[in-house]
Design a protein around this ligand. Sequence first.
Ligand SMILES: [Zn+2]
Length: 501
Amino acid sequence: MTEPRPISPSPPTVLPEQADPFTTVIGLEVHAQLTTRSKMFCGCATTFGARPNSQTCPVCQGMPGTLPVINRRAIEFGVRSALAFNLRINPSCRFARKHYYYPDMPKNFQISQYEEPLAEDGWLEIDLPDGTTRRIGIQRLHLEEDVGKLVHEGTLETAQASLVDFNRAGVPLMETVSRPDLHSPEEAAAYLRAFRAVLVYLGVCDGNMEEGSLRCDANISLRRREATQLGTKVEIKNLNSFRNVQRALAFEVKRQAAALEAGETIVQETRLWDADRGYTRSMRSKEYAHDYRYFPEPDLVPLVLDGAFVEGIRRELPELPRARRQRFVERYGLPAYDATLLTQSRALADYFEAAVREAPNAKAVANWIMSDLLRVLPADDETAVAGSRIPPAHLGALVRLIDEGVISGKIAKTVFETMWKEGADPRRIVEREGLTQVADADALGLLVDQVIAANPRAVDDFKKGKTVAVKALVGAVMKATQGKANPELANRLLQEKLSNS
Ligand SMILES: [Zn+2]
């Protein structure tokens, strides 16, 4: 996990740099699989990882004579997302056929939305590394069905056979197209992060980029600073992680800048990101909308959304990441950095709040989560947090034990390790292993007397005015109690006894 950014003692030196002659313009298209139990237009299950072709039926296999039926839950999820992204919901929208011949789609067309999408014209606010906030426009949001998956025998280049799995064909997919408001690879990654967090908070997508539940294509172009017209854009496909989004775009910025500087023309095309080799390569010339011969889906009537249906969904919207972060700052007095980190994942934010119910010292709870829990958890997502061997109540109990003076912060670190290993309640561990710190002044007083008697030199130094000598004595007390003594109490007792002797 990343450490809090250190505050630099002096402003960084800025080297005189030649101004970049180009402005980068990036727009992202994000495809999110919706977590409905059944597919977009049929009743097939959508479970990830099922046996190939075990979740199919005549509808999603495109058999003649079958008819699609719109999944109501998918529409709800689409509306929920549209509202969260401040989009205008169209009172009426329509599905359209998008034609293409490719073996992963048995119908040879995909039911999507074209001229009449579910929602248009919204925005998402993102936080940039320099602490500022930017509003990124979202042009449209529409629903469609996912396509099947080709599984190549070996690598794509050398495969002798390719198999097709139709389990994914027909899974509800939500496509959201941002406006070209992003100006750097870092901003693009920040947008995708914020976007993903909203979807996960809404419970409409699991946000799992590795399993392909969230996929992203990027459009990128460069134009000379003084130019008013946009440059030729290139689309990059296959961006399956935040890191790859950033790397692929950074590569493309360099590639296009070099080409433009050399006086070359940028070709409008689709490029594929090769994460292993670290470059993009041309995949095909860009398709245009007319290539797809869109027309309204004749098997579905236009979808008219009742105002009350939309309002009902609006009322049920959960608290979103930005609002939650704000609340963490105001209600728990957390620094903005902590609040941002804890609310990036809904699971982690829930964990924090559950732990604080046990121990009201919110800052201490936040510290334990950020520096200790995130160190042992494999990730900060729902699965990792849900699988934590330390439930929030136990972490809260640990913080409470420290705050009540039962154990020292040092001992707490050891207790934490045992909690992680055993999944046990810290109170039981402390009791079982006799870790309660010696917080009793009488008990500790005797020990302090012994330490004073055994360390004449340090005592002498102290009397000569070397007040730091008391540190060595506190250390001796801690050692004698195997770290169980309350260091503040030991220090106070030592000071008192030395001053009075
Ligand atoms: Zn089906």
